[in-house]
Design a protein around this ligand. Structure first.
Ligand code: ZN
Length: 198
């Protein structure tokens, strides 16, 4: 019986390392896995091992990819004149869901944050700059309207604008049904800057 308990707690410890999984949930997951036939755990383990071994970064846009160059960068139907800069791969998925954007992306894998000791050299800034040759006409800063997001957009814009490229920023609107009075400064500032002609 001691063997069973050890493997249960070992498994629970691993589940507890996942985001938003507390100790109780981790134990429930571990217990569930151990109550299943061996094939269940094997399929689970194989998927885990495969994912960490095969998923790498696209050598162009730095997004996660199974191939050396991702399917978006490979797609010749996409506009090569515009690059949308995002903090992490989740935002690529969010933009792709809209089916509105037909340009390319660049994934920074983080934002500049002096508080957390993250500087431009920890991000894929060098890789972004190396892409800005000829074809690219516009770079869209699609980082969140947070202090880090704004600082990163500002930093990149200062580097890219002198190269003669258009640098734009997403116009963050006010939430529908919201009240101007309760909007935070950054949101209000962005809404004003991103105003449209009527
Ligand atoms: Zn790519």
């Amino acid at each position: 019986m001691a063997y069973q308990v050890t493997s249960l707690s070992r498994l629970a410890e691993q589940f507890a390392r996942l985001p938003n999984v507390g100790r109780k949930t981790a134990q429930r997951y571990a217990f569930y896995v151990l109550s299943q036939p061996p094939e269940f755990a094997r399929a689970f383990a194989e998927a885990l091992l495969d994912s960490s071994g095969s998923i790498k970064r696209c050598s162009v846009c730095q997004n996660l990819s199974d191939e050396p160059v991702c399917s978006i960068c490979q797609n010749q139907a996409r506009a090569r004149s515009i690059i949308c800069v995002v903090a992490d791969p989740r935002y690529v998925i969010a933009f792709e869901r809209l089916r509105e954007y037909n340009g390319l992306y660049h994934v920074l894998h983080g934002l500049i944050s002096p508080m957390e000791g993250v500087g431009p050299e920890q991000l894929t800034v060098k890789e972004l700059l190396s892409r800005l040759t000829g074809e690219v006409k516009e770079v869209v800063m699609a980082t969140n309207p947070t202090v880090e997001g704004e600082a990163t957009a500002m930093y990149l814009s200062r580097l890219i604008k002198p190269m003669g490229l258009k640098v734009s920023r997403l116009a963050y609107g006010l939430p529908a049904g919201g009240n101007l009075e309760y909007a935070d400064d950054i949101t209000l500032c962005r809404a004003l800057e991103g105003r449209n002609e009527m």
